[in-house]
Design a protein around this ligand. Sequence first.
Ligand code: UT7
Length: 321
Amino acid sequence: MSIKITGTGIGLPKRHVTNDELVSQFGLDTSDEWITTRTGIKGRYICEDETLTDLAATATTNALADAGIAAADLDYIIGSTVAADAHSPSLACAVAERIDATCAAVDVNGACTGFLYAIDAASALIEAGRASTILIICAEKMSAHVDWTDRRTCVLFGDGAAAVVVTRGNALKYIHLGSRPDTQVISIPNDMAGNNPIARDQVPAGFVYMDGQKVFKYAVSMIQQEINDGFANTGLGSEDIDYYLFHQANLRIIDYAITRLKQPHDKFPTNIERYGNVSSVTIPTLLHEMIHDGRIQPGQKLFLCAFGAGMTYGGAIMEWE
Ligand code: UT7
């Protein structure tokens, strides 16, 4: 397949909030002990005065500099978010405005799998000759969408943005996307949905809803399926992979995969401890950190795997170049 990643960047809010601060400053009925043992999360970034577009613009500027290109070199921007600053225009258009780009700009909403959906779309556009340099910008401001009185959800999520620049190359060896449609287990209801003059439906609360245990079971099974399919389709085995970059939703979900794959722990990098679950931002943030601290090197094989609301899921194998 015809793409590689040539630059990455992240954008974070100024404020980092630890689990203890959720109790002492936000008055939540929870504890560092519960959150750490159930999820692995120790803290998360939360926006103060930053907008989602602010975070995304910072990540984008950093990724363009890292790739050594200008905004004018882009011929497509794909945004990935579950909720842009506006229902319309898109996150991608908001970023285009900030960086002065005039190329095509559109969002995908694949929830936590959004980065892989964007990679798939970018790969298809490049293979078809419709684009040659694409920016993928993943950004989430989950703090605006959780109910801060619901300890079952608000402790899990964080805010942030991560961008990658994609061009023609040979890094992407395999990608597969799927869905097991179940729109009830995790959702962010649209709080404008009842605003119709003919049928004034009851307007649902706009906060994140999640049946954690059901989502957990879906996640474990989807990761298992993606790994089986990825190996069956490429002839690779678990020992051939240098790093497994999984969506960072819960360390216990990642532990299931480690047990099943019987590979060393350091092949499963995590950053959920510091960021919490930032939806589609988690995998490109891991990529960014590992490229810049030297863990990811040319020739290494990476297995990317994500799952999210929908339920959507996907897996990709890259040989870094
Ligand atoms: O990226 C989107 C995908 N999302 C996910 O992958 C999330 C998947 N699910 C999970 O990660 C886990 O199910 C959770 C972390 C959400 C919850 O963990 P759990 O082990 O399934 O806990 P639970 O929901 O069964 O709750 C156990 C207890 C309950 O108390 P009772 O009823 O046993 O008395 C909850 O009320 O823990 C209580 N609880 C809390 N206690 C302290 C729930 N949240 C908290 C909290 N602090 N924050």
